[in-house]
Design a protein around this ligand. Structure first.
Ligand code: NDP
Length: 329
């Protein structure tokens, strides 16, 4: 039976274009589980894969969409049966494997996670890779001793996808949250998510002058990297941790090792793509219990498959706020 998909093709000149097409089930890649996809979402990587590819897409024609949620339609794997609700993030799906911008997908059973109780497929994609990563970062900080009574937690890139969800999760868990943003007009939005302090971006994006500044933060979820991460390291309280999630401000890190040596600060790397299954299950369960869905729904912009070429350009241009949820049907 035919189904709709957003397909990216590459012409003889190497130029890519994305259009809505009808595909047949037997065109899907080999895999253990066929999923009737209900929702997908939009990430920076999706912008690249809808457009020029950014070195992520190896073969064309290609169906982008790095995450999706839906219902199992057919399965050759004992762990899943028709009717099961599932969610997928990572494993380079939507990059070198056909992804979520279609009404059907076929993937390896190892890549799927059963949808936890209390979350709908739409909720799961309001969370998406960005929110899942924010949860992984929160768990990493907790695993290294973070508790609400330790002091304020800093979130950088706060108005972006990861930052918005991180702010909502931390605030809901009882943490005092300070959000760094370069967009002062998002202050009310960030406060509605639970941030109590707004830190202007320009206070933190200058090069490190003193390796240690006053001990301010009990934890940090950093989506920015670059100069900002280097500065934040010097402002951490003794024995605390920074979860490094992203590189919105650059992949470089012009820091000194002094905060590690004199204050025992930890820099924790957060990867969501190849995360082991047990961690995924744990993180999705925590999302279901610890993320206030009403707050999350306020940051959601709805979209359909045909909106994706324009949305892909918008996210690459930094024009998207919060989370986009794509109803593929
Ligand atoms: P968004 O584009 O939604 O948000 C990034 C935010 O960073 C922006 O909203 C902005 O926040 C801030 N920002 C942008 N440019 C700069 C700059 N030059 N200097 C300082 N701050 C800046 O992206 P996501 O939230 O979806 O992702 C954030 C990062 O995390 C990305 O680098 C992404 O690749 C990475 N990521 C990593 C994952 C992993 O597995 N480790 C998974 C998912 C994402 P504001 O407007 O508030 O200043």
């Amino acid at each position: 039976m035919a189904f709709n998909a957003m397909v990216v093709r590459k012409d003889d000149q190497g130029k890519t274009s994305a259009q809505l097409e009808q595909l047949e089930l037997d065109q899907l890649p080999d895999g253990d589980v066929t999923v009737a996809i209900e929702y997908s979402t939009l990430n920076y990587k999706d912008g690249l894969c809808l457009g020029p590819g950014g070195g992520l897409v190896r073969n064309y024609p290609h169906v982008p969409g790095i995450d999706f949620a839906g219902t199992v339609e057919a399965s050759n794997d004992a762990r899943y049966k028709a009717g099961d609700k599932v969610v997928l993030t990572g494993w380079n799906v939507g990059e070198n494997w056909w992804g979520g911008y279609a009404q059907k997908g076929r993937v390896k059973a190892d890549w799927l996670v059963p949808l936890p109780q209390g979350l709908s497929t739409k909720d799961a994609m309001a969370v998406g890779t960005a929110g899942f990563t924010a949860m992984l970062a929160t768990m990493a900080l907790e695993d290294h001793g973070l508790k609400p009574e330790n002091g304020p937690v800093l979130v950088t890139g706060a108005a972006g996808g990861v930052g918005s969800v991180a702010t909502a999760i931390l605030s809901n868990l009882g943490y005092e949250v300070a959000g760094v943003t370069g967009r002062p007009e998002t202050a009310e939005y960030l406060k509605s998510l639970g941030a109590t302090t707004i830190v202007p971006r320009n206070e933190l994006n200058e090069t490190v002058k003193r390796p240690l500044e006053s001990e301010t933060w009990a934890g940090c979820i950093d989506a920015v990297g670059g100069e900002m991460l280097a500065r934040v390291l010097g402002q951490m309280k003794y024995g605390t941790s920074v979860a490094a999630v992203g590189l919105a401000g650059g992949a470089h890190l012009p820091a000194t090792v002094i905060p590690f040596l004199l204050r025992g600060v930890n820099l924790l790397g957060i990867d969501s793509v190849r995360r082991p299954y047990e961690d995924r299950v744990r993180a999705w369960k925590r999302v279901a219990t610890d993320l206030p869905m009403d707050k999350l729904n306020e940051m959601v912009e709805p979209a359909t498959l045909k909106d994706l070429p324009a949305l892909g350009k918008a996210i690459l241009a930094g024009e998207v706020r919060g989370r986009v949820v794509v109803d593929v049907n």
